[in-house]
Design a protein around this ligand. Structure first.
Ligand code: G6P
Length: 194
């Protein structure tokens, strides 16, 4: 008989967003994504402090279509210039793989776009369950003043493709204007390698 993959449980601490066991932990400071923010002068000024932007606790399961990857992201509050702290954002390497986000704490935006130029955004508050449909790149932004914590689940074989997002970002930037979070056109979008 082939050996079975055994069911298991991970505990999620609602107060902190941490998983126990922590699993595979990804930590991203400003230095890991310094080219992704629009205001490069603000980046230079902040790099001395090199703030922690987000931490992802990933439950470790095989990276195959049969499994469901799941993780919790803690995205800290803050801004680079007037642009809110955000995740890098990515397409799935296997493009037609969807994802579900469930907001546990704080507030933020989920920005999404497709390779043929469509753009969408969803406001996330505790209880929001967002569906990232297949083929949509996704990035989250913390528009509040406390950690924005969300759970995500997606097919095990999805993978991460940062592609053009690494150099030109998303179609819109999420920025603070007069105390409000607004989306403005990203001047760098559509320019990579062209
Ligand atoms: O990989 P990033 O774009 O930096 O996003 C950070 C994380 O965000 C979500 O939680 C995804 O489900 C993870 O797969 C991803 O690692």
């Amino acid at each position: 008989m082939t050996e079975k993959f055994m069911p298991f449980v991970t505990e999620l601490d609602f107060a902190t967003g941490k998983l126990n066991p922590e699993g595979h932990v990804i930590t991203r400071n400003l230095s890991h994504m310094k080219d992704m923010y629009y205001d490069q002068e603000a980046v230079r000024q902040l790099l001395g402090q090199n703030p922690l932007i987000y931490v992802v606790y990933n439950v470790v399961v095989p990276e195959t279509a049969a499994h469901i990857q799941h993780c919790v992201t803690i995205l800290y509050p803050g801004k680079v210039g007037n642009e809110y702290f955000m995740t890098k954002g990515h397409y799935h390497e296997v493009l037609d793989r969807a994802e579900i986000y469930f907001c546990l704490k704080g507030k933020g935006q989920l920005l999404m776009q497709t390779q043929d130029g469509a753009f969408a955004s969803i406001d996330m508050v505790p209880g929001s369950v967002a569906y990232v449909a297949p083929e949509w790149a996704h990035r989250t932004v913390n528009t509040g003043d406390e950690p924005f914590v969300f759970f995500a689940a997606y097919p095990g074989d999805a993978g991460h493709n940062y592609g053009d997002i690494e150099t030109e970002g998303f179609a819109k930037l999420s920025v603070e204007q007069n105390g409000e979070a607004v989306l403005v056109d990203n001047p760098r979008y559509g320019k990579a390698g062209k």
